[in-house]
Design a protein around this ligand. Structure first.
Ligand SMILES: [Fe+2]
Length: 146
């Protein structure tokens, strides 16, 4: 398979699995400041969800096919699945790590898109990286203080 197509499928699957993880944390988070984190996670998953369809359409524009199952997605994603309910602090650390990881995955996709002259895709990816950087800032900032 074409390297750019595969990197784009990997970026898509990583983004999609991050979306699923943040949404489940929105449901599962607990604590005295529950509502604050429930809303923060909602803001993040809503933003990321908005990228799912355009990301998939970028794979198709390159002539690639989309993963057709959870199994396919889990083979492609570059972030770890979460199979238990972490504490609020663990959730934030995990999402922060994932946000940093996603930026690296997207940068690889971006570099390949630029090298192939696919500037529509690289513009999309530049915006995605910036949004994940913002999510990382919000998550990091929420761990500071008393
Ligand atoms: Fe909700």
């Amino acid at each position: 398979m074409d390297k750019l197509v595969q990197l784009t499928r990997i970026g898509f699957a990583t983004t999609f699995s991050f979306y699923v993880k943040v949404h489940s944390m929105h449901w599962n988070v607990e604590g005295s400041d529950f509502y604050e984190y429930h809303k923060l996670f909602e803001e993040i998953y809503t933003e990321v969800y908005g990228a799912i369809d355009p990301y998939a359409e970028n794979v198709r524009k390159l002539g690639g096919y989309m993963p057709t199952s959870y199994h396919n997605l889990s083979m492609l994603t570059r972030i770890e699945d979460e199979d238990h309910v972490p504490s609020k602090e663990e959730m934030i650390q995990e999402l922060l790590q994932d946000s940093e990881r996603i930026q690296i995955v997207l940068k690889k996709n971006y570099d390949a898109a630029e090298a192939a002259g696919e500037h529509g895709l690289s513009n999309f990816l530049a915006e995605r990286m910036d949004n994940h950087k913002k999510h990382a800032w919000f998550l990091r900032a929420s761990t500071k203080g008393p």
